[in-house]
Design a protein around this ligand. Structure first.
Ligand SMILES: [Zn+2]
Length: 405
């Protein structure tokens, strides 16, 4: 990595953090460090009018955040951020337990709080974890890629926000321990790997245009594939989807549905990445692997003839209710027509299981939205536009009930 490549990566990180409100004046300092293939390290403070890039040795004791590279030998990116809600946790707690499945997956059962930014404290708090809170500062995040670090920052800030806001509705509850441990293991081994491989592949060889070997597609199928990509991007840009979490599915006809692929960042999706899944068997031949929640989408299409599209998200404000195991019940005006009278919270079930379909369908009833305990939300509708509007309305209703919108 040279200085120009580092500058480009810093710009990209800054743009993503800015979209998430993590680069605002109220969100405190943001420092980023990148490690190249030969151990060279570039450091920059982001958010100012100009970004000055410094080259450092990874062993530089004058920059304590760099010791995260020795604590996490596989890390290529380290971020030190203030965050908006993170200081509330960092300054009052010794650790934060996972109250949402996505935190359990990417961070682990708990995120520790470092008492100071020293080498020993960083080593203690990053042992077996890729991120931690830092007292008086906010959060320290590492990633095997810049995208993984940015997602980590978004998620840890979300975990802190969930913990703080859930106090208004009775407090968040922890993810059942066994589920949390299992999900962390599976995520670290499986899903994040798909994305890392894809990222490396695409940075070396840009994606090839669709070739002639593509099976024949109807105009409707092509249009739906393009729609799924467009709505995925829209929900990501609007902060409703984060990283590779969440998934979209559309009923194509009586035999097939189209779904997003597993573990791929929405910013990297193309219409050819969308997977055509057989409803009866969940088979998909030699296409990309479909979302791990394909069963839930299929079961919803089977149970509800009126539903043509379904979006599963880890939306932030709905997530506060999911973590507190409460319903979003004060839904007013136009939102009622989209979502229904309330969004009930389904019981806890591991992602991708038959049990998740069962509890979700029960909580959904004939409404268009429900919450998944300690996990996220499902919103559906006759078509993708309606399902999208339901997601937005649900998030708005949750925010109004929490008094933050
Ligand atoms: Zn999920």
């Amino acid at each position: 990595m040279n200085k120009t490549e580092a500058a480009k990566a810093f710009l990209e990180i800054a743009a993503q953090l800015k979209r998430e409100g993590l680069l605002a004046e109220t969100a405190g300092i943001v420092k980023a460090a990148l490690r190249g293939e030969n151990g060279e390290v570039f450091l920059a403070e982001l958010g100012g009018a100009e970004t000055t890039i410094l080259e450092r040795a990874a062993s530089d004791e004058g920059e304590p955040m760099l010791s995260a590279f020795s604590a996490r030998p596989d890390a290529t990116t380290v971020l030190l951020l203030g965050g908006v809600y993170a200081p509330g946790v960092a300054n009052t707690k010794k650790y934060l337990v996972a109250e949402l499945d996505d935190m359990a997956q990417i961070v682990g059962l708990t995120a520790r709080v470092a008492r100071s930014l020293t080498k020993a404290e960083i080593a203690r708090c990053l042992k077996g974890r890729n991120s931690c809170f830092v007292k008086g500062l906010g959060m320290l995040i590492t990633g095997r890629s810049t995208a993984e670090a940015v997602t980590g920052a978004i998620l840890l800030e979300k975990a802190a926000m969930t913990h703080e806001l859930a106090k208004k509705i009775g407090g968040a509850r922890r993810v059942p321990l066994f589920s949390a441990a299992l999900m962390h293991l599976v995520y670290q081994k499986k899903y994040s790997k798909i994305n890392l491989e894809e990222e490396t592949k695409r940075s070396v060889h840009p994606p090839e245009p669709a070739d002639a070997e593509q099976p024949e597609r109807s105009a409707r199928e092509q249009a739906l594939r393009e729609q799924i990509v467009a709505y995925g991007m829209r929900l990501t840009n609007e902060g409703v989807l984060q990283g590779t979490w969440g998934n979209l599915a559309v009923r194509l006809d009586e035999t097939y549905m189209l779904t997003t692929p597993s573990g791929l960042d929405y910013r990297r999706l193309t219409p050819d990445d969308i997977v055509k899944v057989e409803l009866a068997t969940l088979g998909y031949g030699n296409q990309r692997k479909p979302t791990s929640e394909k069963r839930m989408h299929r079961d919803l299409f089977a149970a509800r003839a009126d539903v043509g599209a379904c979006i599963h998200t880890h939306a932030k404000l709905c997530g506060v209710f999911a973590a507190a195991r409460r319903s979003v019940c004060c839904i007013s005006g136009e939102m009622k027509a989209l979502v229904g009278e309330e969004m009930r919270c389904a019981g806890h079930a591991l992602p991708s299981t038959k049990k998740l379909s069962k509890v979700a369908l029960r909580a959904l009833g004939n409404r268009n939205g429900c919450l998944l305990m300690n996990h996220g939300a499902i919103c559906c509708g006759a078509d993708l536009e309606r399902a999208y509007l339901t997601c937005k309305a649900a998030e708005q209703a949750a925010g109004e009930q929490l008094g933050v919108l």
